[in-house]
Design a protein around this ligand. Structure first.
Ligand SMILES: *Cc1c(COP(=O)(O)O)cnc(C)c1O
Length: 372
């Protein structure tokens, strides 16, 4: 390994230390550390505006937001949910942990679920569709809405990669019955750990409130069975502060993204991600597709030798995870499997220096063309 410092695929954004200290000082006076404190409430309000969605319920992390979001729809247990296998394992786990059966649908060139293949997977048991805005690429939300309407299905979007994006001026979290964001430390926007469910109305918001707070409404009143998934005040303070810097951070990501495009755009052996027209992207990830698995693995290894840790997101696809093998109906997942074997996500974060981007791109180019 070279003597230069390691570069990981992402690096958590840290706001100015003193500002965070100022934010948490009042907590030492109030002793109110969690249970929907002032910061929790304020962040729900601010995120509602920033994300352009009707209601936001903050959660302790993105996965619990997915689990409780799905649970809040009260769908019949044992029902089938059509979803993508080209995602982080959390999406699939949230389906199974809610007592539903995942039905995997293949993807298309932009890595999102292939909406033209959804209808043929619908059965008597289908209750919902759970697509993912992979790498911040927006799914075909209109077509999915049409299918959901035609078959009376619910739609739950895993929008963990899509924080702050808009499509034709609409907040990306406003599509479907609900959308879920993750605010994990490694994401574009973070609250250390955290997440939220975006819903349409107050009634759904109240359901989520009960689910994240044991169903407790007052000292002596428990109205429903619930879990504990509240976001605490330290997380919310980090969230309020990071929201101040989010636009600046996305702008810096854009510059890194454009630099990669400049250095890799002409390279025949590499296919870059294209954002759809009408989408205001957040530049969350830098996925690149190579010609075959062998080239991808060579580039991955050559980068590692130089201290650069690109990641094989998403490999393997969730349908092939060891814990699910042979458990669920396996449909044609040709493209998802093929892409997962050829994909590599390069480092992209707001503090990544331009000279580092140039160096990484140089290694990728040489290695991909077999000239390393
Ligand atoms: C990060 C992520 C999650 C889970 O979020 P956590 O906040 O880490 O629990 C779910 N789905 C996708 C696609 C993600 O990238």
């Amino acid at each position: 390994m070279s003597e230069t410092k390691k570069i990981l695929v992402t690096k958590s954004y840290m706001p100015p230390f003193e500002e965070y200290m100022e934010m948490i000082r009042p907590l030492w006076e109030s002793h109110w550390l969690t249970n929907m404190g002032d910061y929790h409430k304020r962040l729900e309000q601010e995120l509602k505006e920033y994300l352009k969605v009707p209601q936001v319920s903050l959660m302790v992390n993105g996965h619990m937001a997915l689990e409780l979001g799905l649970q809040s729809l009260n769908l019949p247990k044992g029902g089938e949910i059509i979803t993508t296998p080209f995602t982080f394992i959390s999406t699939t786990h949230s389906i199974i942990r809610n007592g539903f059966v995942p039905v995997f649908c293949d993807i298309k060139d932009d890595f999102t679920i292939d909406e033209s293949k959804i209808e043929q997977l619908i059965t008597e048991k289908t209750v919902a569709i759970m697509p993912v805005h992979v790498y911040g690429n927006i799914c075909n939300v209109q077509e999915i809405e049409t299918i959901a309407y035609k078959y009376d299905l619910k739609t739950v979007y895993d929008a963990a990669h899509a924080f702050g994006e808009t499509f034709r001026g609409k907040g990306i979290g406003s599509f479907g019955d609900l959308s879920v964001f993750s605010f994990h430390a490694t994401k574009v926007y973070h609250t250390i750990e955290g997440g939220c469910v975006c819903v349409k109305n107050r009634e759904q918001y109240e359901k989520l409130y009960n689910l994240k707070n044991f169903g407790i409404r007052s000292e002596e009143l428990v109205v429903s069975v619930g879990a504990n998934a509240k976001m605490n005040e330290f997380q919310a303070a980090m969230g309020l502060l990071n929201l101040k810097y989010i636009n600046e951070n996305i702008y810096r990501r854009k510059q890194v993204f454009e630099a990669y495009q400049k250095y890799l755009g002409e390279c025949r052996e590499i296919k870059l991600n294209q954002y759809r027209e009408g989408l205001e992207p957040n530049y969350a990830y830098m996925p690149v597709l190579f010609e075959d698995a062998e080239v991808r693995d060579r580039v991955y290894t050559d980068l590692r030798k130089e201290g650069i840790f690109a990641r094989k997101y998403f490999y393997p696809i969730t349908a092939d995870a060891a814990c699910f093998r042979n458990k669920y109906r396996l449909n044609q997942l040709e493209k998802a499997r093929d892409f997962s074997e050829r994909i590599l996500v390069l480092p992209l974060y707001s503090g990544l220096e331009m000279c580092e981007v140039e160096r990484i791109a140089g290694i990728v180019r040489r290695s991909a063309s077999g000239k390393q």
